[in-house]
Design a protein around this ligand. Structure first.
Ligand SMILES: Nc1ncnc2c1ncn2[C@@H]1O[C@H](COP(=O)(O)OP(=O)(O)OP(=O)(O)O)[C@@H](O)[C@H]1O
Length: 989
């Protein structure tokens, strides 16, 4: 090294210096650490940031390395330090006729330009060199005459531009007869002073292509070459006068760059490709020059940069390479590459000699030039006379192909980048949309739940009001029911909380409170829903825009296809979600219809009673009945029978939902109060009896006559409007079978929501429900017997009582023999074996709708949706589908009162569908009560927390009171972004 600096000519090694710039703020923010450490003046240690000192396995493969260079500068080194150690020594050499080159090498942002150009306050090598050059010339100006010219060019995208005269366009490189490289047409300006040179330098720099990139805000997009030619001549003239010509090249190379780091696109990316290509050529030259096997061929022609540097690398030139690296760990790979090349470059040898010309040389030069020109003329003449189009075309095509392949490569890279970006954006947008859709679905579901809950509460209120009005009717028989209803309402409103003593008023008050909360909740849900909808719209339009952008931003067809597929997948996902959503809506509609149907049944049961009572009046008093009315009554009876037959057929069909071998419909019948069971072989006779003995009305001779005439009466015979309508409705109801429901779901692509565990739960809960229902039957039976006895004692007419005789003997008359689980099992088994065997008891079947009801209400569709229930079997979040039969017999404590109203209500047990009727079912939703222990509270519906709900399962969580404590109805609770719904969960498809 020292040799290089002092030695004049001869074989010399490349002087290689290293500069490590200080770590910058951006790198620190990116979490980088300092991995390049200057150990001594000439030694640098580069540590591997990925290295784990504990990792023994990698110990031998450590990438930590020491590098030794001619000089090493770190962040603490000044511009002056660098200049003094790397370049200053060249000035005297240049003045005395040696060629010298200083070039800055390294990755983008490593500090090359800083070193070469510097800043206004802290100039770099170029300014300092020129300054010192003039100072040195000044010192010897008495003896020597100097002529300094300078040129400044840049190689941008493999094109040479004159920075001192940009209008000259793109310049060409030429090789002279001695192999020297010349830039044809390059402006060489004379400089007389440092100021003049500095002025020209600044002028040239303003023309240089410099653009910000992600890696460097002032990234040089070209290689800049400042050429200073110093001609020295003795002032003393003689015939063999020597002219020493020293050429100094100061080169600021563009930095190698990784597309991933610079995020370059389009033009910047093409620039980057050219830069990398020329640096690769430089690296290859360095490799070849240092190859110990020495094949001898150095390919400088690969790029303009290497052609320009030909002399500097392998010829007559004193060369200094200043390698630059960043100390940041995030640039480890780039720094390592730079150091490896710089390390190799140390071994490059140049043969340095002084450029001295004398007059004789000049004459010889002229002769050579003339000879060269002649040769050139001859060659051109030959070419003109023997044109070789194919050869020309070949080279042309080769050029085009190389350019095309280059462009294609750059395009491919750009395309890939674009594709990844668009893909990423699309995926984010899809994800957003899906999440919003899910939220919307959940909100829709919540709205439905609220709506059902509202309906349930309204029903509780209206039924209670009706009960009160009926009770008042006993007191004030003269007043119309509507008037009593109004009066009651007013008095209750006025009495306010004082009405709590009135039986059931507490329930109603709770229902009213729930209604208020539900109303607020509905409002809140609607508001959130609107916001989510808006956000979804925005996400949708964003995705659409992205999809529209694909053809503009991505050019390759294959890549477009990938994105199209991505969009398609997303579309399908959306469709899937929509199907799920429509399933939920359908469930909701079914539930709503169930409610309508239950109201209709209630209405019908009232009509049945009115008709029956009127008929009793007619029969008891021997009143005259018109023929027309007789016929109507007969038609009514037949219609009822037909309904019963229809129901029997439905029961016999194989369409029911099977749960552990049991039909859900069968199970539901266990909860029916008045439906008798008979053996199968007795079915027909039972039906026949139902037409004769177990009828609502006893037959008049006229009626019998009509009946006989109509023995072959067909089901589909046209009936009067009202009956027909009802019949149609019943058939409609019958049509809603679980299997159909399943099929419909499956056809929509959504599998059944009942898992095996859910089914098991249903069966278990059903048994419990059945047990309670059986107990209630016992209780009701006992109450009825007591009532009858009391009525008989006061001389009243015996109450109507359903005949509960069954062929399967259940000891229901014994008050204390409540159904135990083991008994229930027996009961169920018997029931299963004989579930088709119904008999219509002698007593009028006031439950005559039940056969229809059973099938519809306990159908799969009317099962409440899966919902999150409390800590069931220790699994808090297990979704259980639990259901409660709708037609649980109504057993209310208030009906124990021995009044006409109570009799009336008792007769209607099992017909009215009231929220309160499902106390037992509610209880069973969250726990399994001990039937014996909980009997009273359950059957009497006393406890508020047992206030049953409609088949809407929301009631299971909406119980407002618990153990006397007031509790808000549980309403789906959610928050934006992370919507969590309590009280229910979405079915999983
Ligand atoms: N030794 C140093 N001390 C202080 N700042 C430095 C030093 N070296 C470089 N910098 C700063 O680092 C940034 C990048 O430096 P510079 O532009 O010289 O890099 P470069 O390698 O020439 O990049 P490229 O040629 O790819 O554009 C600049 O803001 C510069 O001021």
């Amino acid at each position: 090294m020292t040799d290089n600096k002092t030695k004049g000519g001869g074989e010399q090694n490349l002087t290689v210096c290293l500069r490590v710039r200080p770590i910058n703020e951006d790198e620190i923010l990116a979490g980088a650490t300092c991995i390049a450490h200057k150990v001594e003046d000439r030694v640098l240690v580069l540590m591997d940031p990925m290295e784990d000192p504990e990792d023994i396995l990698r110990a031998n493969r450590s990438r930590e390395k020491q590098f030794v260079f001619d000089s090493c500068f770190d962040g603490a080194s000044t511009q002056e330090d660098v200049y003094n150690s790397s370049t200053k020594f060249l000035i005297d050499n240049v003045i005395t006729g040696y060629n010298a080159t200083v070039f800055a090498y390294g990755a983008t942002g490593a500090g090359k330009t800083y070193t070469m150009l510097g800043t206004d306050g802290d100039p770099g090598i170029m300014a300092r060199t020129l300054n010192d050059l003039f100072i040195s010339m000044e010192k010897t100006s008495e003896d020597m005459k100097y002529k300094v010219t300078m040129s400044y060019l840049e190689i941008y995208n493999e094109m040479i531009r004159d920075l001192l005269n940009p209008s000259s366009g793109i310049l060409d490189l030429r090789e002279d007869s001695k192999g020297g490289i010349q830039v044809a047409g390059l402006t060489e300006l004379k400089a007389r002073s440092t100021d003049e040179v500095m002025h020209l330098l600044l002028q040239g720099n303003t023309q240089r292509t410099q653009e910000p990139t992600a890696a460097n805000k002032t990234s040089s997009r070209s290689h800049a070459v400042l050429q200073v030619i110093v001609r020295q001549q003795n002032r003393v003239k003689n015939t063999m006068q020597e002219i020493r010509t020293g050429k100094l090249f100061l080169i600021d190379l563009a930095g190698s760059e990784r597309a991933a780091n610079t995020h370059n696109r389009g033009k910047r990316m093409v620039e980057g490709a050219h830069i990398n290509r020329s640096l690769l050529a430089l690296g290859n030259c360095i490799n070849a020059l240092t190859d110990k096997n020495g094949k001898g061929y150095i390919n400088y022609r690969d790029s303009k940069l290497t052609r320009l540097l030909k002399d500097a690398l392998g010829g007559n030139c004193k060369t200094v390479m200043i390698a630059h690296i960043s100390p940041a760990s995030i640039h480890f790979e780039e720094s390592r590459n730079t150091l490896v090349y710089a390390d190799r470059a140390k071994h490059i040898k140049t043969k340095v000699r002084r450029n001295v010309t004398d007059v004789a040389y000049h004459i010889a030069q002229y002769t050579n030039i003339i000879q060269e020109l002649r040769e050139e003329i001859n060659r051109l003449r030959h070419k003109l006379n023997n044109p070789s189009p194919s050869a020309g075309r070949r080279s042309h095509i080769a050029d085009i192909q190389s350019v095309q392949s280059e462009v294609m490569e750059a395009k491919r890279n750009a395309d890939r980048e674009e594709l990844n970006k668009v893909k990423e954006q699309l995926l984010i947008s899809f994800k957003d949309q899906m999440e919003l859709r899910k939220s919307l679905m959940e909100l829709n579901n919540a709205t439905m739940e609220i709506s059902l809950e509202t309906n349930r509460n309204q029903k509780i209120i209206s039924e209670w009001e009706l009960d009160m009005a009926r009770a008042s009717k006993v007191k004030y028989p003269d007043r119309p029911l509507a008037q009593l209803l109004e009066e009651n309402k007013k008095s209750i409103d006025m009495a306010g909380s004082g009405t709590d003593e009135i039986e059931g008023a507490e329930d109603v008050r709770q229902a009213k409170e729930e209604l208020k909360v539900l109303h607020d909740e509905k409002y809140r849900t609607e508001k959130i829903r609107a916001t989510v909808k808006k956000e979804l719209e925005m996400a949708r339009s964003k995705t659409k825009k992205l999809e529209e952008m694909i053809p503009h931003r991505v050019s390759s067809e294959d890549q477009k296809d990938v994105l199209r597929l991505l969009c398609r997948v997303h579309e399908l996902e959306i469709r899937n979600t929509e199907v799920q959503s429509s399933c939920i809506i359908r469930d909701f509609q079914i539930k709503k219809k169930d409610m309508v149907i239950s109201r209709f049944r209630q209405h019908q049961s009232l009509c049945d009673q009115i008709i029956r009572k009127q008929k009793h009046l007619i029969d008891d008093n021997g009143l005259f009945v018109s023929k027309e009315l007789e016929e109507l009554i007969e038609m009514y009876k037949m219609e009822r029978n037909l309904q019963r037959e229809d129901s029997d057929i439905s029961i016999g069909s194989d369409s029911g939902l099977k749960v552990n071998g049991l039909d859900v419909d069968q199970l539901s019948t266990l909860t029916e109060e008045t439906e008798p069971l008979v053996s199968r072989h007795k079915k027909e006779s039972a039906l026949r009896r139902s037409n004769s003995d177990d009828r609502i009305f006893s037959h008049t001779p006229k009626a019998r006559q009509i009946e006989n005439a109509n023995t072959t009466y067909q089901k589909n015979k046209t009936l009067s409007g009202a009956w027909r309508n009802h019949s149609t409705l019943s058939q409609e109801i019958d049509r809603v079978t679980p299997v159909e429901a399943q099929v419909e779901r499956t056809s929509l692509g959504a599998p059944s929501r009942l898992s095996n565990s859910d089914r098991n739960t249903i069966v278990t809960n059903t048994r419990n429900i059945a047990a309670l229902a059986a107990k209630k039957r016992n209780r009701a039976q006992t109450n009825l017997n007591n009532l009858e006895k009391r009525h008989e004692a006061v001389g009243d007419r015996p109450l109507y009582r359903p005949n509960n005789d069954r062929t399967v003997s259940l000891d229901r008359d014994n008050k204390d023999s409540y159904l135990t689980p083991s008994r229930l099992d027996t009961h169920n088994r018997t029931f299963v074996s004989e579930h088709h065997q119904f008999t219509l008891s002698k007593a009028p079947s006031d439950d005559s709708l039940s056969t229809v009801t059973k099938h519809t209400v306990i159908s799969e569709r009317s099962l409440p949706p899966l919902r999150r229930v409390g800590d069931v079997n220790g699994d808090r979040h297990r979704n259980l589908r639990q259901w409660v039969p709708v037609n649980e017999p109504k057993l209310n404590k208030k009906k124990k009162k021995d009044t006409y109203t109570n009799q009336f209500l008792k007769k209607n047990q099992g017909r009215n569908v009231k929220g309160r009727q499902n106390n037992e079912g509610q209880k069973h939703r969250t726990s399994r009560p001990d039937p014996d222990k909980d009997y009273d509270s359950l059957s009497l519906g006393k406890k508020r927390n047992q206030r049953g709900g409609h088949q809407s399962d929301s009631s299971s969580v909406g119980t407002p009171m618990n153990n006397g404590k007031k509790r808000q109805p549980t309403i789906p609770a959610y928050k934006k972004g992370d919507i969590t719904i309590t009280g229910f969960s979405l079915p999983r498809y």
